[in-house]
Design a protein around this ligand. Structure first.
Ligand SMILES: [Zn+2]
Length: 221
């Protein structure tokens, strides 16, 4: 288990699983992820969505990924109630591309939900988990085009790979969004390991593993 490198704002457990973690250490599967930006309050039911949040202690919530970015958020609401979220962000989730609802990508919507419940974005501890990083994330120009529509986009997030095709820095893009949303750079506990570079530790869909997944999960204590 890889643990975000930031002190949580209240007692919690959280982590990014690896292929070495036993299944019993992982959350129950309660999301049917569809590469969109739907965020739901977690319950025992299995529902469609790509993000979950909760204020309930002892409820382990999470998202499953194998190249997409797992995002964990933890912060106090206005009355001090602990609030946590787990979000799944591939390029579609990160940009909001193809989602019929307005509001941008899933990180923007997750932070907006926290804010709507009375939280201050600067109070959030946050972490992006292992994902396909810029070294391996070759994308079509339509992906770069979708990312360019985000107000936090910077051209330095696009690089040219060995084949001459574009590579996208998805971690860097989400980090730029986080700072644009008022999150505190000092509360960034991201674990920047590349799923393609680390077959010893991580599953990668792009590398050809279509079944294995790792989790980003969080549980209020
Ligand atoms: Zn890599």
């Amino acid at each position: 288990m890889l643990v975000p490198t930031v002190e949580p704002p209240f007692p919690l457990s959280w982590g990014f699983s690896t292929r070495l973690d036993p299944p019993e250490a992982l959350p129950a599967r309660r999301l049917d992820q569809v590469h969109r930006c739907g965020i739901v309050e977690a319950s025992e039911a299995v529902v469609e969505g790509d993000g979950q949040w909760t204020t309930r202690p002892d409820l382990r919530i999470g998202v499953r990924v194998a190249d997409c970015v797992p995002i964990l958020l933890a912060g106090p609401l206005a009355d001090g109630t602990p609030w946590v979220a787990a979000l799944h962000a591939g390029w579609r989730g990160a940009t909001g591309h193809g989602d019929p609802e307005p509001g941008g990508g899933i990180l923007r919507r997750g932070v907006a939900r926290f804010h709507a419940l009375g939280g201050h974005p600067a109070d959030l501890a946050w972490a992006l988990g292992p994902a396909i990083l810029a070294c391996h994330f070759e994308v079509g120009e339509e992906v770069i085009g979708a990312a360019r529509k985000d107000p936090a986009w910077q051209e330095s997030l696009r690089s040219e790979g060995p084949s001459g095709k574009a590579h996208l820095d998805l971690h860097g893009f989400l980090r730029a969004q986080a700072l644009d949303l008022g999150l505190d750079a000092a509360k960034d506990g991201s674990v920047a390991l590349c799923t393609v570079c680390r077959p010893d530790l991580l599953y990668s869909y792009r590398r050809g593993e279509t079944a294995g997944r790792q989790w980003g999960w969080v549980e209020i204590r």
